[in-house]
Design a protein around this ligand. Structure first.
Ligand code: FEO
Length: 390
């Protein structure tokens, strides 16, 4: 055994993926990630909590080398970054039983071909004895798939949370040492993965908080040995409160939309409104997602290409709609050459956003004095609405 202890009976036996830069071929990973697996050794039985991405199976096997017997593999989530190496583990440990929710069992059979007879399915609140240690299973659906659960090790007061509270961060820190760094990574993770399920997560958070938690051990990123840090952050992110902030994703082809954006940013700043500006030609969409967690307003800036918005703006609008941030207001600005349906098309892309749509500001060609006046009016309307939020 080469794992790293997080308590007398629990070892981290996961894998750090320092060089991965994209998840699901979609989500940027500027700081890599980890796939945390934990070995819980009771007086009679041994359980592995989650496994690792199949590309990192060797790291997991190296950590548990010499383990004579594995009784249970607790599959808290069917996504392959945690479950993908389970088939290999079942070959190496033929005595092992996979423990999962009933829904996860079906998904693991569909995705990985694990036979149904290798499973023990557990209902919400059920326990499993390892001798002197007890695992309690807490169903937490929709963080971020429908089959997800957490596991609470009662005697050690450790919550194994899988993706819940996770952060994509490759580090040698077993527990959180640099709180600002982990906060940013965990907020990015929440924004990209969890935010669409904010309502479900609110219920799940209340459910896990019924337990006396000394430590949270997620399956990505460092362990929280001071769990209040991440619990407080999640309470803030899932709340209905929005901040006096505008998110402004935009693109400009020949400079006209850029001039409009520059004017609006200055005008908002003069009114005390914070702006998060993203040039979609170069931006990290994870940064855009983070800014969407708290902002009250989104303003989308686009030139017109073939009657509609620039394709990069299509993508950003679709992504924002899918992430379902708690925005209250939206507006569209931009320029066009001879005609445009950009505003109508963008509006049609964001039906999930429960926002008041403020008047669009579109101009033919380069912005002129009347365009700048309209942008100042938009800025005033945004500032007035934000002032009424507090
Ligand atoms: Fe880390 Fe949803 O897998």
């Amino acid at each position: 055994m080469k794992g790293r202890k997080i308590s007398d009976s629990v070892c981290w036996v996961g894998a750090v993926d320092w060089n991965r830069r994209l998840f699901d071929e979609l989500v940027p990973l500027p700081d890599g990630t980890s796939y945390n697996a934990y070995l819980v050794q009771g007086s009679e039985k041994t359980a592995l909590i989650d496994a690792v991405d199949p590309a990192k199976s060797d790291q997991l096997l190296g950590q548990i080398e010499g383990l004579g017997r594995l009784d249970y593999i607790v599959a808290q989530h069917a996504e392959q970054d945690h479950s993908g190496s389970i088939p290999l583990l079942l070959e190496i440990y033929p005595e092992a039983t996979v423990v999962s929710t009933p829904k996860a069992q079906g998904m693991l059979t569909d995705l990985l071909g694990i036979p149904a007879e290798r499973f023990l399915t557990v209902e919400d609140g059920k326990t499993l004895s390892l001798g002197n240690k007890t695992l309690e299973f807490i169903h937490t659906p929709w963080v971020h798939w429908p089959e997800t659960m957490c596991t609470y090790l009662r005697e050690d007061r450790i919550l194994f949370s899988c993706d819940f509270f996770g952060s994509h961060l490759a580090t040698t820190d077993l527990c959180v040492k640099d709180q600002p760094l982990v906060y940013e990574a965990a907020k990015r993770y929440y924004a990209e993965i969890m935010m669409p399920f904010r309502s479900a997560i609110r219920k799940d958070l209340a459910k896990v908080e019924e337990h006396d938690i000394r430590m949270i051990a997620p399956s990505h990123g460092p362990v929280y040995d001071q769990p209040a840090f991440i619990l407080d952050a999640y309470r803030d992110w899932i709340s209905d409160a929005v901040k006096n902030e505008v998110v402004l994703p935009y693109i400009s082809m020949h400079g006209s939309t850029q001039k409009m954006v520059d004017r609006l940013v200055s005008s908002l700043a003069e009114r005390g409104v914070k702006v998060h500006l993203f040039d979609l030609a170069v931006t990290d969409i994870g940064k855009l997602a983070i800014a969407l967690v708290d902002a009250a307003t989104i303003v989308i800036g686009t030139p017109t290409v073939l009657v509609g918005p620039h394709p990069a703006v299509f993508y950003a609008a679709h992504l924002t709609n899918s992430l379902r941030p708690k925005l209250r207001y939206a507006a569209i600005i931009g320029s066009y050459g001879w005609g445009s349906q950009a505003a109508e098309q963008i509006t049609g892309l964001i039906p999930n956003l429960k926002v008041e749509l403020l008047p669009s500001v579109l101009c033919r060609g380069a912005p002129k004095s009347d365009t700048f006046a309209a942008l100042d009016n938009l800025s005033a309307a945004i500032a007035d609405r934000h002032a009424a939020l507090s």
